[in-house]
Design a protein. Structure first.
Length: 343
């Protein structure tokens, strides 16, 4: 298995005095032990791997620890215990100078608060991290113009943040974070402050950029609809712990506990579940057509529902591996358990 781009093992973040000494050489403390020591847990024994080029979404309710976890991964917040591996190196062991260089040149960060510099133009804001790196003015402005065009703001280089809409300001923040050519891109609820239509537009823009740039992305959201639209895999957090990691389909079909089941209970199953997930045995008689095993129910539901015969579900080699008919499709559309899938 290829080494993950970024990973953590046994990561803890406790707020309060003496957290590192308290955890040293100790098995996982109980909530009562933490309370007695005056420590508040934010991240508890977290382990995860993020593959190269993956969009990895971390989600949970407010206070679940997702933002603290991402800040620990970049060491903007110092963990209390555990290790953070970036391309095989433990970031907790690198020097301050090395860490600063990694953050400046290999990591990009976008937060809910756009944090644009009000006295700088769009061009100045996007070029700012390159100026911090010491890049010559001509080179950094040329790079900034490329990023501004990439996010669809060409022609607005001389405008100031106050002259832009919320969606445009967020595009500037994205362009600024991309200017350094980050290998890992951290985004902490970047679209949650936007109006629904602008948010949808920014999700489209995000997917377009990822298709072009193939970044390794850690994306935080509390919105499951946003997560299923963007994510390759999803980690669900609760009270500082990672409860489950999987694709959206895996989380729905095999929730680790009642919390995950409730968290995903209102998910649009027709957009998530594939033909493979709901199929029955291969048909023994004639079929009305074929659907790819990975196709989502929403993509083929109308065609299957209108047909009198089932459809063959075919794998990558084109061979039939199952069948799907009206009953299976209607079970999903009516939000009932499909082919034994748990609700």
């Amino acid at each position: 298995m290829a080494e993950p781009k970024i990973a953590c093992r046994g990561l803890w973040k406790l707020f309060g005095p003496g957290a590192e000494a308290f955890l040293a050489g100790r098995a996982a403390p109980s909530p009562d032990e933490l309370a007695a020591a005056g420590l508040t847990p934010a991240v508890i024994d977290a382990s995860l791997d993020v593959a190269r080029g993956e969009i990895f979404v971390i989600m949970g309710l407010s206070g679940s620890g997702k933002s603290t976890l991402v800040r620990c991964l970049s060491r903007l917040v110092e963990p209390s215990a555990g290790e953070i591996r970036f391309e095989g190196r433990d970031l907790r062991l690198v020097s301050d100078r090395e860490l600063i260089a990694i953050r400046r040149r290999q990591m990009g960060m976008v937060f809910q608060n756009f944090a644009l510099l009000p006295h700088l133009s769009v061009l100045g804001n996007v070029a700012f991290p390159l100026e911090i790196q010491g890049m010559a003015r001509g080179a950094r402005e040329a790079r900034a113009r490329e990023m501004i065009e990439l996010v669809g703001l060409k022609g607005r280089e001389d405008r100031f943040p106050r002259e832009l809409s919320g969606g445009q300001q967020q595009r500037v923040g994205i362009a600024r974070s991309l200017a350094v050519g980050p290998e890992v891109w951290f985004l902490d609820e970047p679209f949650s402050a936007l109006d629904p239509l602008i948010r949808r537009e920014m999700q489209n823009e995000f997917l377009r950029l990822q298709a072009a740039l193939h970044k390794t992305i850690v994306f935080i959201t509390h919105d499951f609809d946003e997560a299923i639209r963007l994510a390759d895999r999803i980690a669900i957090m609760r009270d500082g712990r990672i409860v489950q990691v999987g694709t959206a389909e895996e989380l729905i079909l095999a929730p680790a506990d009642p919390y995950v089941a409730a968290f995903t209970g209102d998910a649009p199953r027709a957009r998530i579940l594939s033909a493979r997930a709901i199929m029955g045995p291969p048909a023994t008689g004639p079929v009305a057509g074929r659907v790819a095993a990975g196709a989502r129910v929403a993509e083929f539901a109308a065609e299957v529902e209108a047909a009198a015969l089932p459809f063959a579900v075919v794998g990558e080699d084109g061979g039939a591996i199952g069948s799907v008919g009206r009953a299976e499709v209607m079970a999903v559309l009516l939000d009932r358990a499909a082919s034994g899938a748990p609700r």
